[in-house]
Design a protein around this ligand. Structure first.
Ligand code: PLP
Length: 958
């Protein structure tokens, strides 16, 4: 009897799909005798790790969850009345189970391939419509990372739009949440923008101001009437951003009706758990005239080839790749899944339901205020929505202690305690608070007549600010109020979208690997989801341990000294890393170092992030093999040696190759006084075999939503922590509310101290269950799977770039440019793959007219084979166009994708069969995935931009 862990219990064998037999077949096809031989041919010897990773022994899934329960119990779930941008909320169970906990939604990719993404595009359009209605604005995007970064994006948009190019000051109301002011501070510094922080009622507006920002209700909870301020600002040509609380807008007159030019905020309290800081979706809404300057992705309505209603990402969809450092922002991964949840929350409750929640919240705040005032407490806010503040004087200490005894967290500033009420607050909670406030004064709750107070509540919202306009009148927000209707609506949208539940999503650079269920389960445990990011340290021992362990493990994996988990996405990691480098140079008396060298093959977010960090971008050439041209690099580095800040380099390269000269490249940068920033998107080819520190980098970001199993969520959430070498540790970002300060910290880059903390659980679980050997095997198999595909496909499609021994890393580029000669574009292949049941690989990055394929270690051989068979079959269809046996325009590629409606039409008149259209290979008929719409019309969509749910009449027509 062997009592050791059974093979089947090893998580590694659940995560990495190919088994022993498949492995030997794949090795044979690839032309090597062992995995080790393949790795030796792929990764240059000089950068290989000298020892195995030092990580704890792997746990089984069962063991992991059992242990994690213990860790979870070190978090204390107190009732939160802290407010400050984070509120407890009730996630409707139908949304919790069928979206948040459902791989059919969370394993989707960003909806670049619109025809197989109509469900989430509709859900995101609902989100945009909800934001527009509640804010009273004209155009909204499909989410930003958090409230503070959304405010920073707004500041930057105002800065870019300013007419007077000398205007460089920005008025910031002192009543913004401190974390928002902190992020504004970070973002303003590189551009020489001066923040004027003050009182909006007394501030003198000057010609040097290009913009202003206020919060509604303000950070202290007061509902100010800003219309005079807005008018004063507009007289001076100053644009106004309003940070608004989404729930309050059900009762308050929307900022769009009293002069806001931009409205931003968080939609967290619409059913998305606090999760110790995230992830949550922020919103950004503005006027139609600014649509081309707006950051983030916008979903728009268009038509498909049959003229039917269809959705797609509009305007600046791929703008970072096109506009590079001129892009409006670096946002790539945003918060799609959370935006979808918030939109569904609004659809489930509808306008009346939301109003009722807002009124009840407001009412409980009034009740608390009235009750405590009757006990003789001084309440400071005259007009408020959900937050009341009490000046406690000498009683502050005892009240604080009593609150803790009752497992309640209030928010304290000196002698002032503020209490923020939310959707989860009950009358019993209010009574509890009244009881201990009474006790501290030596009184009893019986001295307060709660029942009669309840019957005499008067709104404290000034009449002028009471909302008059209707909102959410579209049917989508009025048809799904019963659970059956909601469930069916969610499922009908889900059914339109291809996710990892259907087939592999071979997106180069995006690493769509398994998001294991065990990794996901703890995210919605209350011990993690119901924790406020500003909860007292002694209540969050579990989170601290989790973060500490993940910090140690990722430091071991990268070879770096420490990580910061603040950045909410890869591109935010890039920006953070560059700001750290900037601070490092400044700290050494070299603030003038501001040149970033960026290879021409870099991901578009690299130049966009460098621009945000105020750097001057110098492009470095690539040679014919796709490698960085070392001579050109040397030339540029020497030319700029006095002002060189850094190199941004992706490794293995965006071309999917381990460049052999990488150490020399890093050397050259260091010799010329620069730092090396490594874009870690391709870390899946490194873990356990080499590392960023080994190749000579100083800082890198990791996309935990690529390499470390956080699902893509249809376009977010993401987590983009940065790892840094020892000399950069003192500069890692601080936070305005929670003390995580290092000696020379830069100010914050995100609203929450540890960013989207709750989903760190996923990466923690992955590493804990894989262990050192498992993680290293994942890398080996990622490389094997890619080289296997390469071996099968290179006879049919030229593979661009490979290493000196003919190997790719974990991904490869298929060159489709030659097919253009007879009219076949790479997009036609991408769309045709849908008919075969696949999501296209990455299209036209990093080389236009190509496909970049990344299978990951999680795909079994037979799935890789199906994918190769599909591409080979498509290649034969291309041949037919080439040799003239198929029509140049009316062929399965040009007409792809084929919907069920098209294929079942009575008068089929195409020169190819219905069978070929929809069931081109035998495997397809076993598991057909029908695209919901035909090919979408991009030009039509941009010409007649519609970014909210169209009226019911048009709906009916569609
Ligand atoms: C995905 C990716 C990024 C951006 O990451 P986000 O999380 O989407 O912001 C940057 N660089 C490369 C090479 C990538 O593949």
């Amino acid at each position: 009897m062997d009592l050791n862990i059974d093979f089947k219990e090893k998580f590694e064998s659940r995560h990495i799909s190919p088994d022993g037999l498949e492995t030997s077949e794949m090795l044979a096809t690839t032309g090597v005798s062992s995995l080790e031989e393949l790795i030796d041919q792929t990764i240059p010897t000089q950068i290989r790790l000298k020892r195995p990773l030092n990580l704890p022994a792997p746990k089984s899934e069962f063991e992991y969850l059992t242990n994690l329960k213990q860790l979870a119990s070190k978090n204390k779930v107190f009732k939160s009345f802290i407010g400050q941008g984070y509120y407890d909320t009730i996630t409707p169970s139908v949304i919790l189970r069928n979206i948040f906990e459902n791989p059919g939604w969370y394993t989707q990719y960003t909806p670049y391939q619109a025809e197989i993404s109509q469900g989430r595009l509709q859900a995101l359009l609902n989100f945009q419509t909800m934001v527009l209605d509640l804010t009273g604005m004209e155009i909204a995007n499909a989410s930003l990372l958090d409230e503070a970064t959304a405010a920073a994006e707004a500041m930057f948009m105002q800065f870019s739009l300013r007419k007077n190019k000398d205007a460089n000051t920005f008025f910031v109301s002192e009543q913004l949440f401190p974390q928002t002011i902190d992020v504004l501070r970070t973002r303003s510094a590189p551009f020489g923008i001066e923040l004027i922080i003050g009182n909006h009622e007394t501030i003198e507006l000057t010609d040097s101001m290009f913009g202003a920002i206020v919060q509604y209700p303000a950070g202290n909870g007061v509902v100010y009437n800003y219309s005079d301020f807005a008018a004063r600002a507009h007289e001076k040509g100053i644009k106004l951003t309003v940070v608004a609380d989404i729930l309050s807008l059900c009762l308050l007159s929307p900022p769009g009706e009293w002069g806001a030019d931009i409205v931003v905020g968080s939609t967290q309290r619409f059913g998305v758990p606090m999760g110790f800081g995230g992830p949550h979706a922020a919103f950004f809404a503005t006027k139609e005239e600014y649509k081309r300057s707006m950051p983030g992705r916008i979903i728009g309505v268009t038509i498909d080839t049959a003229g039917n209603y269809a959705l797609r990402m509009a305007l600046q969809t791929r703008e970072q790749h096109i506009r590079r450092d001129k892009a409006t922002s670096n946002i790539c991964t945003a918060q799609a899944l959370l935006a979808i949840m918030a939109g569904m929350y609004a659809a489930y409750h509808g306008p009346e339901g939301l109003k009722a929640i807002a009124k009840r919240t407001h009412g409980l705040a009034i009740l608390l205020s009235d009750a405590l005032q009757s006990l003789g407490y001084l309440q400071l806010n005259d007009s408020y929505f959900d937050t009341v503040r009490f000046d406690l004087g000498a009683l502050a200490g005892p009240i604080h202690a009593e609150a803790l005894n009752n497992e309640m967290n209030l928010f304290y500033q000196g002698s002032i305690a503020s209490v923020t009420v939310d959707e989860t607050t009950s009358i019993e909670d209010i009574k509890t608070i009244v009881r201990f406030f009474a006790k501290v004064k030596g009184k009893s709750i019986h001295e307060v007549d709660i029942d009669s107070l309840k019957n005499t509540l008067h709104t404290t919202i000034p009449a002028a600010l009471e909302r008059q306009s209707a909102f959410l009148s579209h049917p989508v927000f009025n048809l799904h109020h019963s659970e059956h209707e909601m469930l069916r609506y969610i499922k009908s949208l889900e059914a339109k979208d291809l996710s990892l539940c259907h087939s592999m999503i071979p997106l180069g650079s995006c690493t769509m690997k398994l998001n294991a269920t065990t990794e996901m389960i703890p995210v919605t445990w209350p011990e993690f989801s119901k924790i406020h990011p500003f909860a007292p340290t002694d209540q969050v021992g579990g989170y601290m341990q989790l973060i500490d362990e993940l910090n140690n493990w990722l430091s071991e994996i990268t070879g770096f000294a420490a990580m910061s988990f603040q950045p909410n996405a890869g591109a935010q990691g890039e920006y953070t890393g560059l700001m750290v480098i900037r601070a490092y140079h400044a700290g050494r008396g070299e603030p003038h170092r501001n040149v970033a060298l960026i290879p021409s093959s870099a991901h578009g977010t690299n130049p966009a992030s460098a621009a945000m960090a105020g750097m001057k971008i110098v492009v470095v050439k690539c040679d014919v093999n796709g490698n960085i041209d070392v001579n050109d690099l040397k030339l540029r580095a020497e030319e700029h040696k006095d002002t060189l800040s850094c190199l941004m380099v992706t490794y293995p390269s965006t071309h999917g190759v381990f460049e052999e000269s990488i150490m020399e490249i890093c050397e050259i940068i260091h010799q010329n006084g620069g730092q090396v920033y490594m874009d870690g998107a391709n870390m899946n080819a490194q873990v356990g075999l080499t590392s960023p520190a080994t190749i000579g980098a100083d800082v890198c970001h990791l996309n935990l939503h690529k390499t470390f199993c956080i699902p893509h969520g249809g376009g977010g959430p993401g987590v983009g922590p940065i790892g840094v070498a020892k000399h950069l540790v003192p500069y890692l970002p601080a936070h305005a509310v929670v003390d995580i300060h290092k000696e020379k910290s830069i100010s914050a880059v995100s609203a929450a101290p540890w960013g989207s903390a709750s989903i760190l659980l996923i990466s923690h679980a992955y590493i804990a269950m894989m262990g050192a050997e498992g993680l290293t095997n994942a890398t080996r198999y990622a490389i094997l799977n890619a080289n296997y595909i390469k071996s099968r496909l290179e006879k049919h499609y030229p593979v661009l770039y490979s290493g000196s021994q003919g190997r790719c890393a974990h991904e490869m580029i298929l060159d489709c440019r030659a097919f253009k000669n007879f009219g076949i574009e790479v997009t036609d292949i991408a769309k045709r793959l849908m008919d075969y049941g696949f999501h296209a690989p990455t299209v036209s990055f990093p080389v236009a007219g190509t496909l970049m394929v990344e299978p990951t270690e999680s795909e079994p051989k037979h799935e890789l084979d199906r994918f190769c068979d599909a591409l080979i079959s498509i290649r034969e269809e291309i041949n037919e166009v080439e040799n003239g046996s198929a029509d140049r325009l009316n062929n399965p590629l040009k007409q792809a994708p084929h919907t069920a409606a098209v294929v079942t039409i009575d008068d089929w008149d195409r020169p190819y069969s219905r069978q070929q259209a929809a069931f081109p290979l035998p495997y397809v008929s076993e598991h057909k995935f029908w695209p919901a719409v035909g090919r979408v019309n991009d030009t039509h969509g941009d010409r007649t931009l519609i970014c909210s749910c169209p009226p019911i009449e048009e709906y009916a027509e569609a």
